[in-house]
Design a protein around this ligand. Sequence first.
Ligand SMILES: Cc1cc2nc3c(=O)[nH]c(=O)nc-3n(C[C@H](O)[C@H](O)[C@H](O)COP(=O)(O)OP(=O)(O)OC[C@H]3O[C@@H](n4cnc5c(N)ncnc54)[C@H](O)[C@@H]3O)c2cc1C
Ligand code: FES
Ligand code: FES
Length: 462
Amino acid sequence: MNALELTINGSRVDASGIDPNTTLLNFVRSKGLTGSKEGCAEGECGACAVALLRPDADGGCRYEAVNACLCLVAGLAGAEVLTVEGIGSSESPHPAQMALMQGGSQCGYCTPGFAVSLFCEYHRTDRTGPINLEALCGNLCRCTGYRPIAEGALSLGLPQASAFTARLEQPAPPVPALEYAHDGRRLTRPSSLADLFAALTADPDAKLVAGGTDVLCEINIRHARYQHLVSLDGIPELQRLLWTDDALEIGAGVSISTLEAALGNRIPLLAELFPLYASRLIRNRATLGGNLGTASPVGDSSPVLLALGASVRLESVRGERTVPLQEFFTGFRKTALEVGEIVTAIVIPTTTATHQRFFKIAKRGRDDISTVSVAIALEVSGGVIRNAKFGLGGVAATPARAFNTEAFLVGKPLELGVMRDAGRILESEFTPLSDHRGSAAYRSAMLGQTLERFIAGLEVSA
Ligand SMILES: Cc1cc2nc3c(=O)[nH]c(=O)nc-3n(C[C@H](O)[C@H](O)[C@H](O)COP(=O)(O)OP(=O)(O)OC[C@H]3O[C@@H](n4cnc5c(N)ncnc54)[C@H](O)[C@@H]3O)c2cc1C
Ligand code: FES
Ligand code: FES
């Protein structure tokens, strides 16, 4: 079927007749909603932020800010979207817009994006205190400076009853199956794994899209145009989060923000990872399945999942298999996935690690790609290291375990001298490449230094 509709600012909008590769940002702007701006087209600036209505755990819904430049219109068929024009007008501005008008905007290019991110945080249903400024970390401002923006945001109280709060009491729009085609290109949105595998059997070259935060960069920046996109958004099997007696199973399509909220501090390594993972805008869409599917050597989930001893469940029409994560990466951006096979879940065994830390070395503290990343999980009892797992990013063609360093540490006391020796082994275990993010020598040096930082965070004998 070729009908494609979504609700934008409360009105049904017919989007039929667009290429399936079209971004939501280009679409809303083509409809005259030019408040949403294009600053970068790759998720870096947040000037394009819009709000989506997404399901909440309690049967209602929540406003979720996303980068419109990284969303496919066709993938959002049936969705409810609010652009900056939909949250308020000059005659009747929303409190979030009012807050920014008190000195938080100069040229105003970034302001619509800030207003939408702030609107979503303002209406966060579990918010009982001030605005969490972390909600704005995907919005860049080049001229106002962040202090007046932060002050405006922090001046906001709790939301008063309004049409916006009333909407949150109702369920989110469903995500039904969709087959949309235009001019020889199509987007399929299956509503079950069985339908997904049927689609992939019929067209093994189809391009999977989960959150789209990597795929849409290919479309926008590298001008990729996919003949057949398959959205994973409507598949309930990929949205599960299941604690068993001995493991946590995370559906490959669960967004990072959902995971962050659901897990809290239950797995310290993940709790350390999430705030360092891109921005709130990206985390609202990005998935672990997509991060592993991209297989970037500097992807941030891989080191953490390697240190946690995770496996991936791979499924296709032929059945399922479970592969330890260190065997999943087979070369630079290559994986063990076979034709028609996808990652359906990440399985994290209950860890016995007593000491867990994640270090991300990047040029910026937030919203940046890692130069080097190191995840450490040690099991220590009686002062002796019984088990050690290291997951590393940015030091080889693939994310990697540091097997030599791990073997050296097992049976040794947890003390400064031992960790320094381990740092030297870690430095020599890999031969990283030099690139624009850092030289090979810098990357190696960072490895050793990370163990110093690890030990500095513990109270151990010298
Ligand atoms: C501004 C910005 C900042 C970023 N910062 C970070 C960061 O700090 N750390 C980091 O690690 N990454 C970062 N990324 C990269 C990206 O957000 C992550 O890799 C994200 O987890 C990808 O998930 P996704 O669902 O959006 O993937 P998508 O873009 O939907 O898919 C990515 C790839 O995986 C494939 N794929 C998707 N789902 C599956 C599946 N279930 N099985 C098999 N293959 C699949 C797709 O076909 C595609 O090739 C950033 C990206 C941007 C744009
Ligand atoms: S245009 Fe910069 S994040 Fe979308
Ligand atoms: S006000 Fe100019 S970029 Fe923010």
